[in-house]
Design a protein around this ligand. Structure first.
Ligand SMILES: [Zn+2]
Length: 420
């Protein structure tokens, strides 16, 4: 007897719907017309079921600040400055309240795991990390939270940060973050990367660095991807390192950027474009043919780089938009990245599921297959190929075999009565 069975679930467009049985939070069978009794059932009626969506890069502590202040010039430096000022007024109650609102949105939208990057610096200290450590426990069973100790203000240019990062990892941060571009010169950027990898070795944790966030790579502080690939190989951390943004790849000549992408693939460094932020803050000096400023996803695929995408910021000076909805961001990435074919759209969806799971180190228990954890989303659409295009309802969100969110909606056209 199963705990839950999802009947008639469409998991592939070229195959008949299947039944998915779940016991003790684990998928125990995936086959058509399964003969088994269960304590609870969802009739999917040939609607699409996908594995739980995964946000690999979100700033919960800085979310929902847009009503308090916007960056006057809408640049990266402006957003950091404005948010740095707001951070001085952060309290645990305020950070937790905003983070909860985003987490609730993410759950309703089908997200079952999320990697958060709370700031760690002399302005806020460990406030964000401490709040998220508590929320990680509070949300257990609803969404899995990974916490990255993130030095937004730099490490060398913000003295005291290194010890705070160490303290954050001691208090329960799961990942060491970095912000390699936010140092005074390229020598300090390299030192920043070195320090991050030293902490990764000291605490045996994965690495997730904000890197190369600029329209091009003319300033060498925004051309650290190769250095990070080398550091990854030296540390033997292939498969446990991710870099976010990497927008400079979009602006570099094809031969140069392909060489960098080959290095990243070989070293086992994943790339996470953050299209809403990259587009909002990028290309601000361009008066004609404004750059899109998103890492070239198709070329990353061709190079064999693991890619995922994420919301990054939700309604603040970095990104004044967002609902913590990965299908929304995926469609935006498809539209801005020239990724429109059915095969492209399938791969974009995989970036938010299978590939993001690999990036978070949970690929062994993710997916729709026997033995995987039952993190599943029933979409209000009947073709997998339409999962992004339809912006479908997340009819049911199942986390470890338990229904954690439900959306029901009735829409109808009210036609005028026929004239007789
Ligand atoms: Zn970020």
């Amino acid at each position: 007897m199963a705990d839950l069975v999802l009947r008639r679930a469409r998991v592939a467009d070229d195959a008949e719907p299947v039944d998915i049985a779940v016991s003790d939070g684990i998928i125990t069978a995936v086959e058509p017309a399964l003969r088994c009794r269960s304590a609870a059932e969802i009739d999917c009626a040939a609607r699409v079921v996908i594995p739980g969506l995964i946000e690999p890069h979100v700033h919960l502590d800085k979310a929902l600040l847009a009503t308090q202040a916007v960056a006057p010039d809408d640049t990266l430096a402006g957003a950091i400055a404005v948010t740095g000022e707001l951070k001085r007024g952060f309290t645990a109650t305020d950070v937790a309240a905003r983070a909860r609102r985003v987490l609730d949105q993410a759950i309703v939208h089908g997200t079952t795991a999320l990697r958060a990057h709370p700031d760690v610096d002399p302005i806020v200290g460990l406030l964000g990390v401490d709040v998220l450590v508590d929320l990680r426990a509070e949300y257990r069973g609803l969404i899995d939270l990974q916490i990255v100790a993130f030095p937004q203000e730099g490490i060398l240019r913000a003295p005291g940060t290194l010890e705070l990062l160490r303290a954050a990892l001691r208090r329960g941060a799961d990942v060491i973050g970095g912000c390699s571009y936010n140092e005074a010169d390229v020598a300090d950027c390299e030192r920043h990367v070195d320090l991050v990898f030293e902490l990764a070795a000291e605490f045996d944790v994965p690495v997730d660095i904000h890197a190369d966030f600029a329209d091009d790579a003319t300033d060498p502080r925004f051309a650290m991807a190769d250095y990070i690939a080398t550091a990854t190989e030296r540390a033997g951390l292939g498969g446990r390192v991710a870099i976010g943004h990497v927008t400079s790849l979009a602006g570099r000549p094809p031969g140069e950027r392909r060489a960098t992408m080959a290095r990243l693939a070989e070293a086992g460094v994943a790339v996470v474009p953050l299209p809403a932020t990259d587009m909002h803050l990028g290309g601000r000096a361009d008066e004609t043919a404004v750059r899109r400023g998103i890492a070239p996803v198709r070329e990353l695929w061709a190079a064999g780089v693991t890619t995922a995408y994420s919301s990054n910021n939700i309604r603040n000076a970095f990104t004044p938009y967002g609902n913590a909805d990965l299908l929304d961001i995926g469609l935006f990435l498809a539209q801005t990245g020239h990724l429109g074919s059915p095969a492209d759209l399938r791969r974009v969806l995989a970036m938010a599921t299978t590939e993001a799971a690999a990036l978070l180190g949970i690929g062994d228990r993710h997916g729709i297959r026997v033995g995987a954890r039952a993190d599943l989303v029933v979409l209000g659409t009947h073709r997998v190929a339409d999962a992004l295009l339809d912006r479908p309802d997340r009819c049911y969100v199942v986390k470890a075999g338990r229904i954690v969110a439900r959306t029901t909606r009735t829409t109808e056209i009210l036609r005028p009565a026929p004239v007789r």
